[in-house]
Every structure is written in structure tokens, then in C-alpha cells.
Design a protein around this ligand. Structure first.
Ligand SMILES: Cc1cc2nc3c(=O)[nH]c(=O)nc-3n(C[C@H](O)[C@H](O)[C@H](O)COP(=O)(O)O)c2cc1C
Length: 202
């Protein structure tokens, strides 16, 4: 009888732990974020030039326990190969580059003006020597595809990599650009990613 009681206690303990851990994980799931509505590219009603170039974005790549993010203001949203796409540009010396190279997905997060400080910070420190995963102003959330975004964002765009190439000096039509932008020849890697999902704060 004592053995059965002990076994029941163990099973009860295991079940409770499974329930607790699954409820903790679901808090991190983007699908359960009440004020972020899952939608698609057609619901984006933004000036993409301003959104990226002036508001800035956070590019994030990696898994929930191993990711990195950085601020970016160079990029585009558009249409290519019969798909809605984003274009992003990551210099090879960014810590984020290791993740954008390795991963199949990346996310783009856009914030309200009152969160500009987050973007300034993530654009001036590197994940190599700053613990970005524990940055107190951002709450990481995980998509169903296992990519990472942030609960504080007002728009999240999740992309799947389609194409990656290094910008080539010889391909510049305007030769002033490489001289000005790449004096140390650290040419960006350009990624084209299919826009899979969009979440917009309601
Ligand atoms: C407003 C702003 C825009 C930026 N845009 C880009 C960009 O488009 N591509 C890029 O490679 N770096 C860009 N950076 C620089 C990176 O965000 C910065 O070097 C960052 O610290 C890299 O972090 P990491 O080493 O953790 O990847 C930008 C920085 C700022 C502040």
C-alpha cells in the first residue's frame, strides 16, 4: 500500500511539473499574446520607407535560448519571386551575422517612439560583450516556427530566408557609395526573406 501511495505521489508530482512548465512556455508563445493580433502582410498599412529608415527595426535571429538582435535602418519590404518579402543588410562583423547566417528564420520588430531607447541601445552594444538576451526592457517571445520576437513591439514580421548574398564592390553603378559606406570593405550580407507572418498590436 505504501509503495502504491509513493508511486501515486511521484506521478502526481510529474503531472504537476509538466502542467507548470507547459503553462510557462505558452506564456512565451507569440500566438497567446492577447494584444498582438496575428495577421499577414496585407494588413500592413505603413510607409515602409519611414518604418525602416526612420523608425528603425530590430532584427532578431536564433532560438529562444540562443538568439541575438540588433538595430537596423537599412532594408526594404516588397514583392519578389511571387512572394511578399523583406530585404535586410547585416555587416559581417555584427554578432547578429552569425545568427542570420545559421538560422532559417529572422524577425523584424518595430516599436513605438517611446521605445526608441531600446533601438538606440541595441544598435550601439554588441551581443558579444553585452547580455542582450537578458536586456530588461525586452521580453522575448517565441513563434510557432521557433523564431524570437519581442512582446514590446507594435509590429512583428516573421521571415524565412530565401536568398543571401554579399554586396559586391564591382556591382556598384555609383562608385561613390562603396568609397563612402565601405572604406574598410566590410560589405553587408543582403538577405531576402519571405514574409510568413505579421503581428500587429491592437
Ligand atoms: C539606427 C541604426 C541603424 C543601424 N542599421 C544597421 C543595418 O542596417 N545593418 C547593420 O549591419 N548594422 C546596423 N546598425 C549597427 C548595429 O545595430 C550595431 O553595430 C549593433 O551594435 C550590432 O550588434 P551585434 O554585434 O550584437 O549584432 C545600425 C545601428 C543603428 C543605431
Amino acid at each position: 500500500m505504501k509503495v502504491i501511495k509513493t508511486k501515486i505521489k511521484i506521478v502526481f508530482f510529474i503531472v504537476i511539473n509538466i502542467l507548470i512548465s507547459s503553462s510557462c512556455n505558452s506564456q512565451n508563445k507569440i500566438v497567446n499574446m492577447r494584444d498582438l493580433k496575428k495577421t499577414n502582410w496585407e494588413a500592413l498599412n505603413e510607409n515602409a520607407v519611414k518604418l525602416i529608415g526612420k523608425d528603425w527595426m530590430l532584427i532578431t535571429a536564433g532560438k529562444i535560448n540562443d538568439y541575438n538582435m540588433m538595430t537596423a535602418s537599412w532594408g526594404a519590404l516588397g514583392w519578389l519571386w511571387e512572394k511578399p518579402v523583406s530585404f535586410i543588410f547585416v555587416r559581417p562583423q555584427r554578432y547578429t551575422h552569425k545568427f542570420t547566417e545559421r538560422e532559417d528564420y529572422y524577425t523584424l520588430c518595430f516599436f513605438d517612439e517611446n521605445n526608441r531607447e531600446i533601438l538606440s541601445k541595441m544598435g550601439t552594444v554588441s551581443g558579444r560583450n553585452f547580455d542582450k538576451m537578458n536586456y530588461e526592457q525586452l521580453t522575448a517571445i517565441e513563434t510557432d516556427n521557433g523564431s524570437v520576437a519581442f512582446a514590446e513591439a507594435r509590429i512583428i514580421i516573421e521571415c524565412k530566408k530565401l536568398y543571401a548574398t554579399k554586396i559586391k564592390e564591382d556591382d556598384f553603378v555609383d562608385e561613390k557609395i562603396p568609397a563612402k559606406v565601405y572604406p574598410t570593405r566590410d560589405f553587408h550580407t543582403m538577405y531576402v526573406g519571405e514574409i510568413l507572418n505579421v503581428w500587429i498590436r491592437e
